[in-house]
Design a protein around this ligand. Structure first.
Ligand SMILES: Cc1cc2nc3c(=O)[nH]c(=O)nc-3n(C[C@H](O)[C@H](O)[C@H](O)COP(=O)(O)OP(=O)(O)OC[C@H]3O[C@@H](n4cnc5c(N)ncnc54)[C@H](O)[C@@H]3O)c2cc1C
Length: 473
C-alpha cells in the first residue's frame, strides 16, 4: 500500500485529500494522512455562526468562472447548498472625492464596454475618460516580458483609471501594491486581450459579442459570478472531511521536519511523532514550505522564501434593520488609497448574499490593511473597530450602535504575486524534479482564489499518483 502524507489542512490540502479519497473509491490501494498544524481544518477558510449571523473570517465566496470550486462542491454533495449573490442589477460604489459614486454600467473589471454610461459617469474626469479612450489607439506592448499592474494600466488607460479603478478594485482583490504585483500572474486575461486585440476595449467588446452570439447555443449558467454556501464556506471544509472516510485527518500536528530516507520520506512533528511516506504533498503557506524545504531543497526554499505575505484584517458589524440609516442598496464599495481612509473596501454582506443575517438585521464587512496600509492591519482589535466605525460614519453616515462588531486579524496571510512570479514558480517546480516524491499545492503558486487552490490540490495528487505508479513499475 502506497503511503501519502499531505501537510496542511487548508482548502488545497483538503481538496487533495478528497481527490485521493476518490481514487480509493475507484479501487486504488492508498494510505493517506493529512497533518494540520492548527486545532481546526480549513486554513484561511473559517466560518463563525452566531445568533443567526453567518460570519466569514477570511474568504466569503469564490468565483464560478473557474470550475474547480463548483465541481468540488458537487463532488461533496453540496450542490443544493450552493448559493449565489442576490439577483437584480447590483451597484458597486467607489468612494471618491468624499462621495460614494456608482460604478458605471458596462464597466468590465475596469474596461468600459458601454459608451453612454461611461460618458455620463462622474467617476472619471473628462480628461480621465479621454485618456482611457486612448486605449483604442495605443499599440500593443512590443515584447512579452512581465510588468506590474500599475505599469500596464498606466500605459493603456492612464493614471486616473489606475487610481480610481485598478488600485482599489483589482489590486484590492490581492491586497497588493499595484506597482509591484505581476499583471501576468494576477490578470493574465488582460495580457492575452492586449496580445490578441491590441486594445482592451476592442477585445472586451469582441468577447461580449461572441458571448451574445453563443448565448443561445450554450445552456445558461445557474451560477452567479460569486458563489458561496448557505451556511458559509466552512460547509466545504466539514464536507471534505466527512466525505473522505479513508483519509486520516490529524489536527494539532505541526510538521517540524521532512527528511529523505532510503525507503521514502520521513515526516516528523514538533512533538516527536513521525511517519514514513512514499509521497509528500506540502500544502502549507509559502514561508512555511520554504522552512520545511530548507534542509532538503535549499534552492527551492530560497526562491519560496522570497514570496512575500502581507497582513489584512476584517471587521464585521451587525445592526438592527429597523431605523438603520442606510438603504444598503448595492453590494458595497471600494476606497482608493488617495482618499486617505482606513478601510479598503466594505461589503454590504446582507444585501450581497442571502442567508447571512437573520430577519430584521443587516450585516457589513470591512477589509483593512494589505500591502499599501499593512500597519493598519497590525493595530489592536479595539483600534481597528474604532477606525472602521469612524469611516462608516463619515462615508455612509452610520451612527447606530452595532449589535456586534467582530474583528479578525489575518497576520501575514495574503500572498503577493510580484512581477516575474510565474518564472520563480517555474524554477521551483523545475528544481523539485530533483526530489522525486515531493509535491507542492496551495495559494503561493499559480492562483490565490479558492478554485485555484482546489485545482492545484487536485493537480498535486495527480502528479503524486503518476510518480507512485512509475515507482512501482
Ligand atoms: C482575508 C482573506 C480573504 C480572502 N477572500 C477570498 C475570497 O473571497 N475568495 C477567494 O477565492 N479567495 C479568497 N482569499 C484567498 C483564499 O482564501 C486563500 O488563497 C486560500 O484559502 C488558501 O488556501 P491554502 O490551502 O493554500 O492555504 P491555507 O488556507 O493557508 O492552509 C494552509 C494550512 O497549513 C497549516 N500549516 C501551517 N504550517 C503547518 C505545519 N508546519 N504543519 C502542518 N500544517 C501547517 C495551516 O494551519 C493551514 O491550515 C482570501 C484570503 C484572505 C487571507
Amino acid at each position: 500500500m502506497k503511503k501519502i502524507i499531505i501537510i496542511g489542512g487548508g482548502i488545497a490540502g483538503l481538496a487533495a485529500a478528497h481527490r485521493i479519497q476518490r481514487e480509493i473509491n475507484d479501487g486504488s490501494d492508498l494510505d493517506c494522512m493529512l497533518l494540520e498544524g492548527g486545532d481546526r481544518f480549513g486554513g484561511k477558510i473559517s466560518t463563525e455562526k452566531s445568533d443567526g449571523f453567518v460570519i466569514e473570517r477570511g474568504p466569503d465566496s469564490f468565483i464560478s468562472q473557474k470550475p474547480a470550486g463548483i465541481q468540488l462542491c458537487k463532488q461533496l454533495g453540496l450542490e443544493d447548498r450552493l448559493t449565489g449573490t442576490n439577483p437584480g442589477a447590483p451597484s458597486t460604489f467607489v468612494y471618491t472625492g468624499g462621495k460614494l459614486v456608482t460604478m458605471p454600467d458596462g464597466l468590465s473589471l475596469m474596461i468600459p464596454t458601454k459608451f453612454l454610461p461611461f460618458a455620463l459617469t462622474p467617476l472619471f474626469s473628462l480628461f480621465g475618460k479621454i485618456r482611457m479612450g486612448f486605449d483604442l489607439l495605443i499599440p500593443k506592448k512590443a515584447d512579452d516580458s512581465d510588468e506590474s499592474l500599475a505599469s500596464f494600466v498606466r500605459r493603456r488607460m492612464g493614471e486616473e483609471a489606475l487610481n480610481k479603478m485598478a488600485e482599489p478594485m483589482l489590486a484590492g482583490i490581492y491586497a497588493s501594491d499595484p506597482e509591484k504585483m505581476s499583471i501576468r500572474s494576477t490578470f493574465p486575461m488582460f495580457v492575452e486581450t492586449e496580445r490578441k486585440y491590441r486594445s482592451l476595449i476592442i477585445g472586451m467588446l469582441a468577447r461580449k459579442k461572441a458571448m451574445l452570439m453563443n448565448a443561445g447555443k450554450r445552456p445558461a449558467t445557474p451560477y452567479s459570478l460569486f458563489m458561496t454556501l448557505k451556511d458559509g464556506l466552512g460547509e466545504m471544509v466539514e464536507a471534505a472531511i466527512k466525505k473522505s472516510p479513508n483519509i486520516q485527518f490529524k489536527s494539532n500536528a505541526k510538521v517540524k521536519t521532512i527528511e529523505k530516507m532510503q525507503e521514502g520520506w520521513r515526516v516528523q512533528l514538533e512533538d516527536g511523532w513521525e511517519r514514513m511516506a512514499d509521497a509528500v504533498i506540502l500544502a502549507t503557506p509559502g514561508a512555511i514550505t520554504a522552512k520545511l524545504l530548507q534542509p532538503i531543497a535549499p534552492d527551492s526554499a530560497e526562491l519560496l522564501s522570497s514570496i512575500k505575505y502581507v497582513s489584512t484584517a476584517t471587521v464585521t458589524l451587525g445592526y438592527k434593520k429597523e431605523g438603520f440609516s442606510h438603504s444598503l442598496d448595492g453590494f458595497g464599495f471600494v476606497v482608493p488609497r488617495s482618499e486617505g481612509r482606513s478601510i479598503l473596501a466594505c461589503t454590504w454582506t446582507s444585501s450581497k448574499f442571502p442567508h447571512r443575517a437573520p430577519e430584521g438585521y443587516v450585516m457589513l464587512r470591512c477589509y483593512l490593511g494589505g500591502a499599501l496600509q499593512e500597519e493598519i492591519a497590525e493595530k489592536d482589535e479595539e483600534t481597528l473597530a474604532a477606525l472602521v466605525k469612524k469611516d462608516l460614519l463619515e462615508i455612509m453616515g452610520i451612527n447606530e450602535t452595532p449589535v456586534f462588531c467582530k474583528v479578525f486579524q489575518n497576520h501575514k496571510s495574503n500572498v503577493q504575486y510580484h512581477v516575474n512570479h510565474s518564472e520563480k514558480i517555474d524554477s521551483i517546480m523545475e528544481d523539485l524534479k530533483n526530489y522525486p516524491g515531493l509535491f507542492l499545492a496551495g495559494s503561493a503558486y499559480r492562483g490565490i482564489g479558492i478554485p485555484d487552490c482546489i485545482q492545484n490540490g487536485n493537480q498535486s495528487v495527480e502528479s503524486a499518483l503518476e510518480f507512485l505508479n512509475t515507482k512501482s513499475e
